[in-house]
Design a protein around this ligand. Structure first.
Ligand code: DC
Length: 218
């Protein structure tokens, strides 16, 4: 199996890039953030708050999370139900950020991710793929961009949808999330020793894809 791990902070373009690489190589794209989001949705639906770590540890055992592919798109199933349309809200983002620090949640989802990578060639993106989930991945990429560039990309995305927003607030949120992801006790976001750093601040999507495909070939 050929496994590609792509880690990096929020808004660096991981999912856009990982999806394209998977398509071009004929590999399966595994979005691990979506699994943490599905778990967060389950906890919210069970009225558990981010401030209840013991309840999170206990309840997460009842969540059966799996993924299937429909027309090449990853569909996340939560206890058999397609939850793709429910996991991109602000509430779920916040809960995912809080519940992903929980060791029991991580253990369960990491096992699932490792099983997927054993069975197929994958491009997997997340925060701890190269450092923890797939330490023996064939290629590890740490994809980043400056917080100003990431904030500008997010701002443009929201503006295109006609949503009002303040770029300084977005930049503040991004920096706060970076801090939380990089400083948690279990599997914090960091570049694996053997990962290749790709800073996309001054690169187009095509340039980033080209660089990664070059690294796959080499
Ligand atoms: O990439 P995302 O925004 O969809 O991720 C949702 C949350 O899950 C985010 O707060 C970071 C966390 N996460 C994680 O801890 N480990 C991963 N491998 C993927 C995501």
């Amino acid at each position: 199996m050929y496994n590609i791990a792509i880690d990096g902070p929020a808004g660096a373009g991981k999912s856009t890039i990982a999806k394209q690489i998977a398509r071009r190589k004929g590999y399966i794209y595994v979005d691990t953030g979506a699994m943490y989001r599905a778990m967060a949705l389950f906890l919210i639906e069970n009225q558990i708050s981010p401030e209840e770590p013991d309840k999170i540890s206990e309840k997460c055992r009842e969540a059966d999370i799996s993924i299937v592919y429909e027309n090449g798109e990853q569909v996340v199933l939560l206890n058999g139900r397609n939850v793709n349309g429910l996991i991109r809200t602000e509430e779920v983002s916040n809960m995912a950020s809080a519940s992903s620090v929980n060791g029991d949640v991580r253990k369960k989802l990491v096992e699932l991710q490792q099983k997927l990578a054993e069975k197929a060639d994958v491009v997997m993106d997340g925060r701890d793929i190269g450092t923890c989930v797939l330490p023996n991945a064939d290629l590890k990429i740490y994809l980043t961009a400056s917080s100003s560039v990431r904030a500008k990309r997010r701002y443009d995305e929201l503006a295109a949808r006609g949503e009002e927003c303040d770029i300084d607030v977005i930049k503040g949120d991004i920096e706060e999330r970076d801090y939380r992801d990089m400083h948690r006790d279990i599997s914090p976001l960091k570049q694996a020793d053997d990962a290749v750093l790709v800073d996309s601040s001054d690169m187009t999507i095509e340039e980033v894809i080209g660089r990664i495909l070059e690294l796959c070939a080499g």
